[in-house]
Design a protein around this ligand. Structure first.
Ligand SMILES: C[S@@+](CC[C@H](N)C(=O)[O-])C[C@H]1O[C@@H](n2cnc3c(N)ncnc32)[C@H](O)[C@@H]1O
Length: 248
């Protein structure tokens, strides 16, 4: 099943494109402090382009990549100066390097095998300039276990949305079934998408980062301070290994 199709991308753009702006203050301070000369910024899994717009508005050369052409269409309208590419991050191939690479809002949890996550980390490493910064967040195993166990419904005049989530701890896979009814005139159009996310444990993410040639510092992905034992989301700030010692 394709995800982030026409209807859900529209709903996402209207309701869920808040994470990039929420992270902007942290990310922009990080880049200003740790890589003040940075100019080229790549946002992977850019979604509807809410972070990309800020990257662009703040004078960076902004590039966004997403696998969904519908998300990319919204990103084009939201971040007018950005270059946008429809591409699977597992096959990332842009033929240039970037000073900053971001991938936010648990997008990498969509890669449900360690091989795919490792392959993607390696692609990112190849696209990063020598002193570049790579920042991403992910839901952890514990986060999906604690959070993906509920049903929520939204009723609005033109939209009804049902979001049902569950987590299989044996497979470490969370399933989120999104069913929507969008009103068009006097009728409702139904759409449904099944989203699967893998809940990685911190040590699994960190092993893959090391194997891909990164050193890193981690934060609790919600409070942006030191991680807790059961942080539901972790944010990693990475640099190529064997560069000057990390002081992020
Ligand atoms: C939860 S959204 C996050 C979007 C955006 N980063 C944000 O903060 O709003 C996840 C995004 O990842 C994209 N995505 C999932 N798997 C992908 C893949 N293999 N390659 C590229 N994009 C992918 C989806 O199309 C979707 O736009």
């Amino acid at each position: 099943m394709n995800i982030y199709g026409r209807d859900f991308a529209k709903v996402y753009n209207a309701k869920w494109a808040f994470w990039g702006p929420k992270m902007w203050s942290f990310l922009s301070h990080l880049v200003a402090k740790k890589h003040p000369q940075a100019s080229k910024w790549l946002d992977l899994c850019c979604g509807a382009g809410s972070l990309l717009r800020l990257i662009d508005d703040n004078g960076f050369e902004a590039t966004g990549v997403d696998i969904s052409r519908h998300q990319v269409q919204h990103a084009r309208q939201n971040a007018l100066g950005a270059t946008l590419v429809v591409q699977d991050v597992r096959q990332l191939s842009l033929d240039r390097k970037f000073d900053v690479v971001t991938c936010m809002f648990d997008s990498l949890n969509y890669l449900t095998t360690k091989q795919d996550l490792l392959k993607t980390f390696r692609k990112v490493n190849r696209h990063l300039s020598r002193s570049g910064i790579f920042a991403f967040d992910m839901n952890t195993f514990e986060g999906l276990q604690d959070q993906w166990c509920r049903t929520s419904t939204t009723h609005e005049p033109n939209l009804t949305l049902i979001v049902e989530s569950s987590f299989n701890p044996t497979r470490a896979i969370g399933r989120c079934l999104i069913t929507g009814f969008i009103r068009t005139g006097t009728r409702y159009r139904r759409f449904q998408e099944e989203h699967l996310e893998r809940g990685y444990r911190a040590r699994e993410i960190e092993d893959l980062l090391s194997r891909a040639g990164f050193e890193f510092r981690k934060y609790d992905g919600n409070s942006l301070v030191r991680p807790r034992k059961r942080s539901g989301r972790l944010l990693y700030v990475c640099r190529k290994a064997a560069q000057t010692k990390l002081s992020i």
